[in-house]
Design a protein around this ligand. Structure first.
Ligand code: PRP
Ligand code: URA
Length: 208
């Protein structure tokens, strides 16, 4: 198990734009996707490759290509959708699954409402994405679900995480590596990450 905080100047710069309460929906979406693109580069650095022969203008040589069923991206709806475009701009052949889980506002427990996964999901490395890891309930639910579907190799990628959520996810699923742009201070009395960036889904989709 590894928890990797992606401490890169470009990520930190863009994350600060997302934190700003005056950033509008357009800039929020753009910067979120750009961070996702930068982070997935890090989260896939141990992907398996196969050797392939390639002809350069000068000669034949050996190159490398991603294995056919290398990867699937699974956003946790809704907010995870805000990271997909950035990731597929780098890995356009990835298949995409969706898992719908929202957090009950009173209990903070995850509530499941939808799932559609690629048929061969169990043969793929899954990059599970959700910008926010707060109590950890939603991510743990999604990982449980993917494991029941036969997935053996899962990486969780998020933007901002509370230490409490990381500890819970690590305890329940120690085999899942976590890539996070920034580990924040904690959770407030409503279960929001602070300093955080507010309600990420609302900020992506302009629903507030
Ligand atoms: C947010 C966020 C995570 C979850 C994190 O989703 O995108 O899925 O809360 O909280 P947790 O770690 O305590 O479970 P939300 O329930 O607001 O749904 P939305 O994405 O549809 O807005
Ligand atoms: N979900 C969000 O969108 N933001 C938080 O701070 C916590 C959960």
């Amino acid at each position: 198990m590894a928890v990797v905080e992606v401490n890169h100047p470009l990520v930190n710069h863009k994350l600060t734009i997302l934190r700003d309460k005056d950033t509008d929906t357009k800039d929020f979406r753009e910067n979120l996707n750009e961070i996702a693109k930068l982070m997935v580069y890090e989260a896939t650095k141990d992907l398996k490759l196969k050797e392939v022969e390639v002809c350069t203008p000068l000669m034949k040589t050996i190159g490398y290509s991603l294995q056919e069923k290398a990867i699937a991206i699974v956003p946790i709806l809704r907010a995870g959708l805000g990271m997909v475009e950035g990731i597929i701009s780098l890995i356009p052949t990835a298949k995409i699954g969706h898992i719908g889980v929202y957090r009950d506002e009173e209990t903070l427990n995850p509530v499941y409402y939808y799932c559609k996964l690629p048929k061969d999901i169990s043969e793929r490395r899954v990059v599970l994405v959700d910008p926010m890891l707060a109590t950890g309930g939603s991510a743990i639910y999604a990982v449980d679900y993917l494991k029941k579907a036969g997935v053996k190799n899962i990486v969780f990628m998020c933007l901002v995480a509370a230490p409490e959520g990381i500890a819970k996810l690590v305890e329940k699923h120690p085999d899942v590596n976590i890539y996070v742009a920034k580990i924040d201070t904690g959770l407030d009395e409503n279960g929001y990450i602070y300093p955080g960036l507010g309600d990420c889904g609302d900020r992506i989709f302009g629903t507030k």
